[in-house]
Design a protein around this ligand. Sequence first.
Ligand SMILES: Cc1cc2nc3c(=O)[nH]c(=O)nc-3n(C[C@H](O)[C@H](O)[C@H](O)COP(=O)(O)O)c2cc1C
Length: 439
Amino acid sequence: MSRQLHLNLFINSRGHHEASWRHPDASPLPLTDIRFYQDVARRAEAGLFDSIFLADQLALGDDVAHAGRGWLEPITSLGALATSTSRIGLIATASTTYTEPYNLARQFASLDHISNGRVGWNIVTSWLAAAARNYGGESQVSHADRYARGEEFMEVVTALWDSWADDAILDDRATGNYARPEAITPIDHAGAYYKVAGPLNLPRGPQGRPVFVQAGSSETGRRFAARHAEAVFTAQMEKATAQEFYADLKKLAAAEGRVLDQVLILPGLSPLIASTEAEAQRQSRALNDLTDPEVGRKRLSGRFGGYDFSHLPLDKPLAPEDFPDPDKVEAARSRTEVIVGLVRREKPTLRQLLSYLAGARGHYTTAGTPEQIADLMEDWFKTGAADGFNLMPPLLPTMLDVFVAEVVPLLQKRGLFRTEYTGTTLRDHYGLKRPPSRA
Ligand SMILES: Cc1cc2nc3c(=O)[nH]c(=O)nc-3n(C[C@H](O)[C@H](O)[C@H](O)COP(=O)(O)O)c2cc1C
């Protein structure tokens, strides 16, 4: 079969547009109602998506007065989604900075069993400065330290998932032998950050390990992804930078000895789809009209580690000097580079920049007809910018429904996307090998 495109649905609030939560077409259910997530996941499964994904931050943003905040914890939510879907992959975010590896290894192994092999882990180091203060710290753990800790974390959790051979359980009632102890081995890890004896207290899941997803984009982040990630999320504002990222990450992965089709790159795509381009533009403007620039200003400050933008007028063109040097930002460094790059190129006013970021926080946003969206996806897929997409509908569930009804059939007709699920696990959907146990 020819190379197939992969689709992940990123579920965020009532959609990715900052004002989606208050739009009349958005879901009427509260953001703490699991039926909202179950409903959206089932719709994505009907559209044959590879997976859904839940992000997470470990602190409440300071824009809750006017933004759709306060979501369910992702690992807990996946437990519920695993039993209300049957084929689609399920990816949850969890932090290497603020979680103990033994806890995380148990939770994801359990979810892999509960979902019959459909779980993925979005590995984050948690860039939000406020998170540190919820975990005993005074100030943010530095960018370098977060990634150093993350490396050791990966060593520990991988060893834990591999501390059981696949055939360690006998469950033989006749002989009274439940397991083969020689196939379950301690890990005896003692490093700079963690001391973990092991073994894990439950067997490997159907996939061996969860699918590793990662979204670091700084130089350190890319190296981390090249070593560990099987799917890479990335925020790109134009095709040229997406191609540059794609080529660089594949090159880094090759240098790590990775097989390149085992490292999938999925840029974010937030399409507003309507039957004509003019109607799509009109809907896009209607969403933007619901935004509050002061909410955007606070979010921008959070992106830059709490930098104060309150003195900047809304309607004067911005200059790169209005921002701190991205190299000195300890939060999500690459996203700050994306934003400063846009300012350098296009010199928007603060109001224009905030309006752009309101669409999908620095991911690629576009408004057009189903054909235009399918053309764009095919183009990026065939010209070295993407192995698939992290779909970020501006409004949920309506814009997901339009995508499934109108764009998916076009992709199928062009032979780019599956017409049925052929496998059962997330590894099957993504075409990823099951890692053998080291035990
Ligand atoms: C699609 C996508 C989803 C992300 N989800 C989360 C998340 O849920 N939690 C989080 O702390 N960071 C999240 N991030 C941020 C990344 O993990 C990472 O911190 C960010 O891309 C900056 O990486 P860098 O510091 O290497 O530049 C996400 C990034 C992208 C592109």
